[in-house]
Design a binder for this molecule. Structure first.
Ligand SMILES: Cc1cc2nc3c(=O)[nH]c(=O)nc-3n(C[C@H](O)[C@H](O)[C@H](O)COP(=O)(O)O)c2cc1C
Length: 219
């Protein structure tokens, strides 16, 4: 457990759990976190750590779990079956998802399980994309460098959710992520927590120092 998680766990647990009955053991929110180089992450690594510290949220860090790209489909499907909300958290890579997240989607969302005849396992659940981009917000527009709104690049995920009978929630996007300072990261974490259905907000906004955020020299 690192410094960020320790800090969050020190916060009063009752204020984080009041939306859930004490008997609930399964995580209603599963976060599939895909970052190819998390030690250089300013935004997604602290966000994933903050989410992992929330009760009833399970974070699956794909690049740590599956270094060999050999995804345990049964385990992933079993976990998803218990969840109400599937969060896909990733930095945008070449206008798309990181490679291991694409493989996860290919392998886990099987025909007959997620879609197609008998494929009802995800029906009624929700999908939330939580993404960061290096590009500025104004670069994601018709006049901008990238020519399209970020929603256009997320369309394959949206349609995947719909094909599986899921509700596509409005994505949470942090643009210009490479220049995010500690305040911006803290705000982003608060924003994401606010979007998690039925999860109470953290009692106070967390503050990270620049030294705690990722970068070239991160451990
Ligand atoms: C190989 C590669 C491809 C990238 N492709 C894009 C892209 O298509 N659009 C964009 O806005 N940013 C792109 N970026 C920038 C990342 O999205 C950005 O560094 C990341 O969201 C920052 O989050 P982090 O601090 O968690 O790493 C790319 C970065 C790398 C290394």
């Amino acid at each position: 457990m690192d410094l960020l998680q320790r800090r969050i766990l020190l916060l009063p647990a009752t204020r984080w759990t009041r939306s859930y009955p004490d008997t609930m053991t399964e995580p209603p929110v599963v976060v599939i976190f895909a970052h190819p180089s998390p030690r250089r992450s300013r935004v997604n690594r602290p966000l994933a750590e903050a989410l992992a510290a929330l009760p009833h949220v399970e974070v699956r860090e794909l690049y740590r779990l599956y270094v060999d790209y050999d995804i345990d489909v049964v385990a992933e499907q079993r976990l998803l079956s218990t969840a109400e909300t599937l969060v896909l958290q990733f930095p945008v890579r070449w206008y798309s998802v990181p490679a291991l997240l694409k493989l996860w989607l290919d392998d886990v969302l099987e025909s007959g399980w997620a879609f197609g005849p008998g494929g009802t396992a995800l029906r009624g659940k929700s999908m939330l994309a939580v993404v960061s981009t290096g590009g500025h917000a104004d670069a994601y527009g018709p006049e901008g460098t990238h020519g399209h709104p970020i929603a256009d690049f997320l369309l394959p995920l949206e349609q995947t959710a719909l094909l599986c009978g899921m509700t596509w929630l409005p994505p949470v996007v942090l643009h210009d992520a490479d220049n995010a300072d500690s305040d911006a990261v803290a705000l982003h974490i608060e924003h994401v927590a606010r979007h998690l259905p039925a999860l109470p907000l953290p009692p106070e906004t967390q503050q990270w120092t620049d030294a705690e955020l990722g970068g070239e020299d991160a451990p």
